[in-house]
Structure formats: structure tokens, C-alpha cells
Design a protein around this ligand. Structure first.
Ligand code: PBG
Length: 324
């Protein structure tokens, strides 16, 4: 087919025609909405680098979750800011921890909303690393026990799904075995399978107060240059029992999303991270970009690349637009 017999513009002539041949469609069902929960009551601390996102006390977090659910968003993912950080991140696996409290409150109010929890120690440790530090190194195998303990305490509090984001080797297996041994064989694991050591997490670290106090995360998170390794990482998590595999960040890693999509038949998630959100918000605030348009274009691109699920701070805004 070639010009003038074939004219691609014929099917672009109006919105109805364009709707008919659209290949990728976003739905609120695709979104997972992140929430940062903090101690106290009536607390709402806006994050400077993430306009519209705030650290919320449990009462406010329940309201946010409810709003998202009413807009058709099926799931939230919880991050916690502890009262006190220590070397082993004790609040991460405490029955009275902030995330455990939030799970109970949200599930009580919204039993049908899927509550996912981020499983990682960095928000809870005084050094800000994702595991136990021994001689300035993050000790892989010592960390596994704590991650499994953390996942179990989330399940006991009523979480519907756990999402390990620490990038320790073997953590999916460790968590799966612990959950199964305690009767939580039906709790799925959404693994951050290919998580890169990215500068795009900057605003999140302000929100979660989780900046490493020395060094960086490059000895456990992946090199941004590697896509083949991302597929290998995902294969390991699949073998260890992951139910959903995630690529992170999303927008600068569309090729990785596609590679993982093509290799596995499990659901694939992508994390449209804090820096991706902040870039759009900052440019839109200056009038340099049309926020709604760019937001929908980016989310569509992430889905087009192969993601079934997208964790995004835009979840409510995008769902609202899709409802119109
Ligand atoms: C915890 C975690 C991080 C993010 C999700 N879980 C931060 C990090 O690894 O430093 C980043 C999410 C975002 O930037 O929106 N390990």
C-alpha cells in the first residue's frame, strides 16, 4: 500500500474515526495510587517537589483512598514515615507501625479497595539504606529476614498484596516462604523486579524522608544502562514466586517495559515515579507544558509499551479525566 492509494490521514479525519482505530486505551483500572502515611491526626504535610502530594495522617489517608476508589481506582500502595528511625528499621515490622495502622483503617472503611504495601526498610532505618548495614555495606541475607517479617506484619494487618522494593537478592522467595508458612498463601507479591538506581526518585525521598545518609543505592539497585539484566532480574523473581513484575522508573525505561512484557506472560506493572511527576508539574506551573495533555500522553505511552498496571501520583487526576 502506498500513496496515493493508501492515505493514513483518511482514518484521522475526526475524533469518532480516531476513537475507532485507537490501539491503547487507559482506564482507571490500570492505576495504583501511592499514599505516604505519617503519625498524628489531621496532618497533611505538602511535599514541595510534588505539588498535590502530601504526607497524610491515617485519618486523611483514609479520605484520599476513598476519593481514589470512588473515581474507579482499584488500589493504593502505602509508604510510611515512622515516629523513630533506627539501625534495623524496627517500626517497619511493628504491629503498631504507621503502615500497619493505615492498612487496618483503610480496609475497615473500604474493604473492596486493594491495599498494597511497599516492603523496604529505607524509610525506617536511621542510615536510610534499604537493608541492614554491616561495615558500611548492605548485608543481603541478614536483610531478607527483616523484609519477610515486614511483609508478614502487613499481611497480618490486612494488606491485600505486598510489593518488595528493596532489590535484595532472594527476597521474593524469602517473603513467599514466610507468608505461606503463616497461612497467607493467597497474598500476591508484586515485585519491583527491575528497579534502577535512578535520579528520578529525588522527590520521593523528600516525601518519604528516606535519603541514604552515606553512599548511594548502586550496590543493590540496577544500573540505568542495563536492559538485558532487567529481564534476568525479572526471571529470578518469577522463579521465586512473584505474581506481578514491575519495571521502575517508567518513562525513561519504556524499552525495558517492552522487553519484560515480551519475555513473560505475568501481569507487568510500571512505576511512573516521583521525578517523572515533578517534571510535568514544574513545567506546567511555568506554562511550558499542558499538564493534562502531557499526563495522559505519558500514561498512554507507558501502557502502550506493555504495562498492565501503572503506579502513578496522577491516578486520581487521570481517573477524573477518564470519567468525563
Ligand atoms: C523504597 C522506594 C523508593 C521508591 C519506591 N520505593 C525510593 C528509592 O528506592 O530510593 C521511589 C518511588 C518514586 O520515586 O516515586 N525503596
Amino acid at each position: 500500500m502506498y500513496f496515493p492509494i493508501y492515505r493514513p490521514r483518511r482514518l484521522r479525519r475526526n475524533e469518532t474515526l480516531r476513537r475507532m482505530i485507537r490501539e491503547t486505551r487507559l482506564s482507571p483500572d490500570d492505576f495504583i495510587y501511592p499514599l505516604f502515611v505519617t503519625h498524628g491526626r489531621g496532618v497533611r504535610n505538602e511535599i514541595g517537589s510534588m505539588p498535590g502530594v502530601a504526607q497524610l495522617s491515617v485519618d486523611w489517608a483514609v479520605k484520599e483512598a476513598e476519593e481514589a476508589f470512588q473515581l474507579g481506582v482499584p488500589a493504593v500502595i502505602l509508604f510510611g514515615i515512622p515516629k523513630k528511625k533506627d539501625l534495623r528499621g524496627s517500626e517497619a515490622y511493628a504491629r503498631t507501625g504507621i503502615v500497619q495502622q493505615a492498612i487496618r483503617a483503610i480496609k475497615k472503611r473500604l474493604p473492596e479497595l486493594v491495599v498494597i504495601t511497599d516492603v523496604c526498610l529505607c524509610e525506617f532505618t536511621s542510615h536510610g539504606h534499604c537493608g541492614v548495614v554491616v561495615k558500611d555495606q548492605v548485608d543481603n541475607d541478614a536483610t531478607l529476614k527483616l523484609l519477610a517479617k515486614m511483609a508478614l506484619s502487613h499481611a497480618e494487618a490486612g494488606a491485600d498484596m505486598v510489593a518488595p522494593s528493596d532489590m535484595m537478592d532472594g527476597r521474593v522467595k524469602a517473603i513467599r516462604e514466610t507468608l505461606d508458612a503463616k497461612g497467607f498463601e493467597n497474598i500476591p507479591i508484586l515485585s519491583y523486579a527491575a528497579k534502577h538506581a535512578s535520579g528520578f526518585y529525588g522527590p520521593f525521598r523528600e516525601a518519604a524522608e528516606s535519603t541514604p545518609q552515606f553512599g548511594d543505592r548502586k550496590s543493590y539497585q540496577m544500573d540505568p544502562a542495563n536492559a538485558r539484566e532487567a529481564v534476568r532480574e525479572a526471571a529470578l523473581d518469577v522463579q521465586e514466586g512473584a505474581d506481578i513484575i514491575m519495571v521502575k522508573p517508567a518513562l525513561p525505561y519504556l524499552d525495558v517495559i517492552r522487553a519484560v512484557r515480551e519475555e513473560f506472560d505475568l501481569p507487568v506493572a510500571a512505576y511512573n515515579v516521583s521525578g517523572e511527576y515533578a517534571m510535568i508539574k514544574a513545567a506546567a506551573a511555568r506554562g511550558w507544558l499542558d499538564e493534562e495533555r502531557v499526563m495522559m500522553e505519558v500514561l498512554t505511552a507507558i501502557k502502550r509499551a506493555g504495562a498492565d498496571l501503572i503506579i502513578t501520583y496522577f491516578a486520581k487526576d487521570a481517573a477524573r479525566l477518564l470519567k468525563k
